[in-house]
Design a protein around this ligand. Structure first.
Ligand SMILES: Nc1nc2c(ncn2[C@@H]2O[C@H](COP(=O)(O)OP(=O)(O)OP(=O)(O)O)[C@@H](O)[C@H]2O)c(=O)[nH]1
Ligand SMILES: [Mg+2]
Length: 293
C-alpha cells in the first residue's frame, strides 16, 4: 500500500486516540518522509492540541493534524505562479527562470513543462540550454523546443552556460521570459557553484525578474532535503519544484523544506507529459498528506 493509502487506513481503523495511536502516527509520518525530529515535534503538538480542543476521535485528530501541517507550510510565502507574472522591479528586461538540481531530478523536463505553462497564458518563452555539460542535454531541450514550437538558444557542448543565458536574454527581449536548464553535475561541487554564480551575475545585470527553482525528486525521500540544504547554502533558490510526485511518492519532505529551510514549493510535477505540472496548494497538500481528500 502507498503512503496515502496507509495514512487513510490508519485513521479509518484506529479505535480511539491513545498513547499508542500517537506513537504509531509518529512512525507513519516518518515513513512519509517528514523527518524524525519534525514528526515527533508535530505529534507532540497534536497531542496538546487534541487535549485542548477536546478532540477525542481519530477523525478529529486527523483534521487537527492537517491544520498543523498547513501551518508548517505557512512559515513561508507561497511562491506559485511567480514566473508567470514577470514585472514589478521597474527595470526593463525579461524574466528569467533558472532550473537547478542534481542529476536526473527532472530539470530539463520541468523546464519544458514551465515553458508550456507560460505558453498557455499567452507568453512565448525562450528556452536556454545552459546545461552544456553533455551534448545530449542540449539535444533533449532542442527536442522540447521543437515540440512546443519555441526558440531554444544553445551553444556547443562544453560552452559557457552564462554566455548561453546572456544570449537567451537578448533573444527574449525586454518583455520576454527565459527558461534556462542547467547542468546537475560538474567535476566538483565548487565548479558547479562557480558556474551558477556566474549565471547569477549575468541575470542580475540584465533581467527584471529572476526566479531560481530547485528541482527535487519526490521519490528520493529525505535525500531531497539533503540536496536542498546544500543548494540553499550555495545559491539561494527562491522555491522548490517537486518532481515525480506520482502515486508512490510520499511528499513529507515538503514540510521539512518549509520549516527547516524556509524553502517554499512552487509546483508539483506528477508525470512526464507537459501538462503534468500544477501550482502548489498548501491547504490541499496538507490535507492530502493527512489522508483527507
Ligand atoms: N514520472 C515522472 N517522471 C519525470 C518527471 N520529471 C522528469 N521525469 C523523468 O525523469 C527522467 C529525468 O528527467 P530529466 O528532465 O532529464 O532530468 P534532469 O534533471 O534534466 O537530468 P540531467 O540533465 O541528467 O541532470 C526522465 O526520464 C523524465 O522523463 C515527473 O514529474 N514525473
Ligand atoms: Mg537535464
Amino acid at each position: 500500500m502507498n503512503f496515502a493509502g496507509k495514512i487513510k487506513s490508519f485513521f479509518a481503523k484506529a479505535p480511539a486516540v491513545s498513547p499508542e495511536f500517537f506513537d504509531e502516527l509518529s512512525d507513519l509520518l516518518v515513513e512519509g518522509d517528514l523527518g524524525v525530529k519534525e514528526s515527533y515535534t508535530l505529534v507532540e503538538l497534536l497531542q496538546e492540541r487534541c487535549k485542548k480542543e477536546n478532540s477525542a476521535s481519530p477523525e478529529q485528530a486527523r483534521d487537527c493534524l492537517a491544520g498543523l501541517l498547513e501551518e508548517m507550510l505557512h512559515h513561508v510565502e507561497t511562491a506559485a505562479g511567480l514566473p508567470l507574472m514577470p514585472e514589478t522591479s521597474g527595470k526593463a528586461g525579461p524574466a528569467v527562470i533558472l532550473l537547478l538540481g542534481v542529476n536526473g531530478v527532472g530539470k530539463t523536463t520541468t523546464a519544458a513543462k514551465l515553458a508550456a505553462l507560460c505558453q498557455s497564458s499567452g507568453a512565448k518563452p525562450v528556452l536556454a540550454a545552459a546545461d552544456t555539460f553533455r551534448a545530449a542535454a542540449i539535444d533533449q531541450l532542442k527536442i522540447h523546443g521543437e515540440r512546443l514550437g519555441l526558440r531554444v538558444v544553445a551553444h556547443q557542448q562544453g560552452g559557457d552556460p552564462a554566455a548561453v543565458v546572456y544570449d537567451a536574454i537578448e533573444a527574449a527581449g525586454k518583455d520576454g521570459i527565459v527558461i534556462a536548464d542547467t547542468a546537475g553535475r560538474m567535476h566538483t561541487k565548487s565548479a558547479l557553484v562557480d558556474e551558477l554564480r556566474k549565471i547569477d551575475r549575468v541575470v542580475e545585470s540584465k533581467a527584471a525578474r529572476y526566479s531560481k527553482y530547485l528541482v527535487l525528486d519526490a521519490t528520493t525521500g529525505r535525500n531531497a532535503f539533503a540536496q536542498a540544504e546544500i543548494f540553499c547554502e550555495a545559491v539561494t533558490p527562491e522555491a522548490a519544484i517537486l518532481s515525480k510526485y506520482d502515486s508512490t511518492a510520499k511528499g513529507g519532505v515538503v514540510f521539512s523544506l518549509a520549516s527547516g529551510l524556509r524553502l517554499p514549493v512552487a509546483y508539483l510535477c506528477t508525470g512526464e507529459k507537459y501538462g503534468d505540472i500544477q501550482t502548489f496548494n498548501p491547504h490541499n497538500f496538507a490535507r492530502e498528506f493527512a489522508g483527507i481528500n
